[in-house]
Design a protein around this ligand. Structure first.
Ligand code: GLN
Length: 281
């Protein structure tokens, strides 16, 4: 008996060293069939087009392309986000930043939030989706990333409460772009040391944009820059929440406390790494 599409896909993925071949086979087949993964037939059948799409998917996966970049979307916090090679794929670690920001927003009745390096929009849009009277501004130096964020805003019906701006925080006059200060600033800036980028997994170094990864020689360039202007973009008593990389929390804390911000806390991720720093003006 000829083996099914499902079995063949699992086999191809397993042979290629994919860790969860069953799950990924289901996701890739459902996508090729154009159906929801939960509504996939037990014995999926496909015409030549489906076969061809599936083969392309498998080929990309075996070349190291992350599954979300193949499918074009990914779950983050409580929603599904479009992703592409123009944005950093949302990571589970970053959900911690969202959770901490929500606690602060809810406790303080914050109304205006700024996301520096908005990318896919996963942080900013997750906050706006949870808090109905919150307004957000998302900044990114990449127009292509902003196009993805805009698509996500539309999908989540949040376009009325979000403004997306193409700006680079390293440019002079960056602060002057904003009409009013913010109650809270969130950011997951690029924080990988330039020399470490080549050591990252292929799925990251080849398929996530370098702009979202490269933090300069010591990985801290964006933090130093943000620390220069963040106090001017916050209302008094405003909050700043930052994601940081492995072993960066102490240095980043110092960069921001040197500029007069008060360190309120540090939150670890699921792996026990200090991942989110919380400051108050
Ligand atoms: N978390 C990403 C990684 O280590 C890096 C993201 C960033 O630089 N902000 O793959």
């Amino acid at each position: 008996m000829q083996s099914s599409i499902y079995e063949k896909t699992i086999e191809a993925l397993a042979e290629g060293g994919i860790e969860s071949p069953r799950l990924e086979a289901r996701l890739l087949i459902a996508d090729a069939l154009g159906v929801d993964v939960n509504q996939m037939p037990i014995t999926p059948m496909g015409d030549d087009n489906v076969q061809e799409t599936l083969e392309r998917h498998i080929e990309k996966r075996l070349e190291g392309m992350p599954i979300d970049k193949i499918l074009g979307h990914r779950e983050f916090y409580k929603n599904d986000f479009f992703v592409s090679r123009d944005v950093l794929s949302p990571r589970p670690d970053t959900e911690i930043l969202v959770e901490e920001a929500l606690k602060i927003i809810e406790a303080n009745g914050s109304k205006r939030v700024l996301d520096l390096g908005v990318g896919s929009g996963c942080i900013l849009l997750s906050l706006l989706a949870e808090v109905k009277d919150l307004e957000g501004v998302g900044v990114d130096a990449s127009s292509k990333a902003l196009a993805v964020a805009q698509k996500n805003a539309k999908k989540l019906k949040l376009t009325k409460r979000v403004k997306l701006l193409e700006k680079n925080w390293f440019d002079n006059g960056f602060v002057g772009v904003f009409e009013k200060p913010f109650d809270i600033i969130v950011s997951n800036p690029p924080y990988i040391k330039t020399a470490d980028i080549e050591k990252l997994d292929i799925g990251v170094k080849k398929y996530d944009p370098i702009l979202a990864l490269d933090g300069g020689e010591d990985g801290l360039d964006s933090y130093r820059k943000i620390a220069e202007f963040a106090p001017f973009l916050l209302f008094d008593d405003g909050y700043l929440l930052l994601e940081v990389g492995r072993r960066q929390s102490r240095a980043v804390k110092e960069i921001f406390t040197d500029k007069g911000l008060v360190h309120l806390g540090t939150v670890k991720d699921l792996a026990g790494i200090e991942r989110v720093l919380i400051f108050k003006k």
